[in-house]
Design a binder for this molecule. Structure first.
Ligand code: AHR
Length: 524
């Protein structure tokens, strides 16, 4: 058989270790994310652990969520953490940022309990737009100071049920400061960041507990924001640069069309737009090099996903909730593979958002719950985590994006993620990583075939080594529009891959049309 495509993996060309944190999460007080999605309340008939939806905890454990970001998003810059502590019956109800009332039933303690039930680390985004720096320090103090040692806030935390400090390490200093976080210029926000990050109280000298501050980065590929910001920081090097890139529409229409009803052209256009994540990473990495040649600051892609127009919300009041199809599974695979290929640049990535939102892994409404195709991709890609990303060359031609607009502007406050769209999409893309198991080396190869009706028979070779055996999992569905819902929770689910023949140490494998595949390859 002649191959349609080739993949060559270079086990000696290491890129970096794939941080498990690339598979991190984000939940915000928005629509049905927290209330209904995560928090059902202690008295609920819906199975829960102290008010937290059990199915949410179980699914997050299944994908071993490493870090969870909260409370926003834009909500973070309107949030007073003091509203969400103390007896629930006494907490104030507020008209919150996303035009919906917040009961504050879910606050800092409930969030920390969610994290410990999942077994993940908390990542708090602090309010920089509407609260003074003092409130930020005091939230750090409330979370991290030891109780019983004369610190009033730590003692208050203990009174509120948690004697032991939460030891929160990841702190976002605001959110989207170029937009909902205050419409600031990079120079103005740099001043705020310096003020908020100076003399934060420290409660431990152990390097393990060192705070990891995340500075608000650009809107999409807006490198001028990042350049202006980093220059104005005067030599400070935060742990991470929060970079938000949503796969949205072009400069004229923010939404990337409809989540469920889309044409073949729109399918290719969306995946082409999503692939632009690679440019966002490489462009920002070079801008960071200008002021930080040693790269002490790494990228934190703490909001990503495909953002569609209204119409597929689970209920009208679940603002920004949308359905997810097989197309979103392909976008998830493409995005995670890009993160792996830049493993040395990206410290963390948080899908927006875990449940009932933009690019979710789960949908929930009252007692109904299901996972999306994206959940399956997160699970299938788990063997990559902690492994060493290695260079792999994919030769599979390219697909012309039928809807490409070459001249779309980059970024802009009201057009989150509007981008220059590349005219072509890779015919096959993916990533490879290698780990040592026992005495042998195990290679994980993930591959996305974006063609809607073309399976690609592909020759897979590992430079200098022979392929000994292969197993695999594939996520594919007869129709790209297929998705899971409460009535059909398993409409899209992975299956064992039919592995092609191994000849002379090379694998000849067929990647089905519109599929995501992970192969586990043992080497000789
Ligand atoms: O994830 C939804 C919103 O998108 C977030 O609140 C904001 O940060 C971004 O614009």
């Amino acid at each position: 058989t002649l191959a349609d495509a080739h993949i060559e993996i270079m086990p000696d060309e290491a890129i970096g270790t794939i941080a498990p944190e690339l598979y991190s999460h984000f939940i915000e007080h928005l629509g049905g994310v927290i209330y209904d999605g995560v928090w059902v309340g202690e008295g609920s008939k819906i199975p829960n652990k102290n008010g937290i939806r059990k199915a949410f905890i179980d699914a997050m454990r299944e994908v071993k969520a490493p870090v969870l970001r909260w409370p926003g998003g834009c909500f973070a810059d309107s949030y007073d953490w003091r509203d969400g502590i103390g007896p629930r019956s006494k907490r104030p109800k507020r008209a919150a940022f996303w035009s919906q009332q917040d009961t504050n039933a879910f606050g800092t303690h409930e969030f920390m309990e969610t994290c410990s039930a999942i077994g993940c680390k908390p990542y708090l985004a602090a309010d920089v737009r509407s609260l003074p720096a003092r409130d930020f320090y005091q939230w750090v103090e409330y979370c991290n100071a030891p109780a019983g040692e004369g610190n009033a806030l730590a003692d208050l935390r203990a009174t509120n049920g948690d004697k032991d400090p939460f030891n929160v390490q990841y702190w976002g200093v605001g959110n989207e400061s170029w937009g909902c976080g205050g419409e600031q210029t990079p120079e103005e926000y740099a001043g705020e960041f310096r003020r908020y990050s100076t003399w934060i109280p420290k409660f431990s000298d152990h390097p393990r507990d060192e705070l990891r501050l995340v500075i608000c980065g650009p809107n999409g590929d807006d490198t001028s924001w990042t350049r202006g910001l980093m220059k104005s920081l005067k030599g400070q090097h935060p742990y991470g640069l929060s970079t938000h890139y949503y796969t949205s529409g072009d400069a004229k229409k923010f939404a990337a069309g409809d989540a469920l009803a889309f044409s073949a052209d729109e399918h290719y256009d969306l995946l082409t737009r999503g692939s632009f994540m690679e440019n966002v990473i490489t462009d920002h990495w070079s801008v960071l090099s200008e002021t930080d040649p040693e790269h002490k600051t790494r990228l934190i892609l703490d909001e990503w996903g495909a953002w569609y127009g209204k119409g597929t919300e689970l209920t009208p009041h679940y603002n920004l909730s949308q359905q997810s199809t097989m197309r979103d599974a392909l976008l998830s695979g493409i995005t995670l593979d890009i993160f792996h290929r830049h493993a040395e640049k990206v410290a963390m990535a948080n899908v927006a958002q875990s449940i009932n939102c933009i690019h979710s892994l789960m949908l929930a409404q009252e007692d109904k719950f299901c996972v999306t195709p994206t959940f399956h991709v997160f699970k299938m890609y788990m063997p990559h985590r902690g492994a060493k990303a290695v260079r792999a060359v994919f030769s599979a031609g390219s697909i012309k994006n039928p809807l490409a607009i070459d001249s779309s502007p980059v970024g802009g406050a009201s057009t989150v993620g509007a981008i220059k769209v590349s005219p072509t999409l890779a015919g096959l893309s993916g990533s490879a990583s290698i780990s040592t198991e026992g005495n042998g080396k195990v290679l994980t190869l993930s591959v996305v075939n974006p063609h809607l009706d073309q399976a690609l028979t592909t020759e897979v070779a590992v430079r200098g080594l022979s392929i000994a055996s292969v197993t695999g999992i594939v996520l594919a569905s007869p129709d790209i529009h297929n998705h899971n819902d409460f009535a059909h929770p398993d409409a899209v689910k992975p299956a064992p891959a039919t592995i092609g023949a191994i000849q002379s140490g090379r694998l000849m494998h067929t990647f089905p049309a519109a599929s995501v595949t992970t192969l586990t390859i043992t080497l000789a």
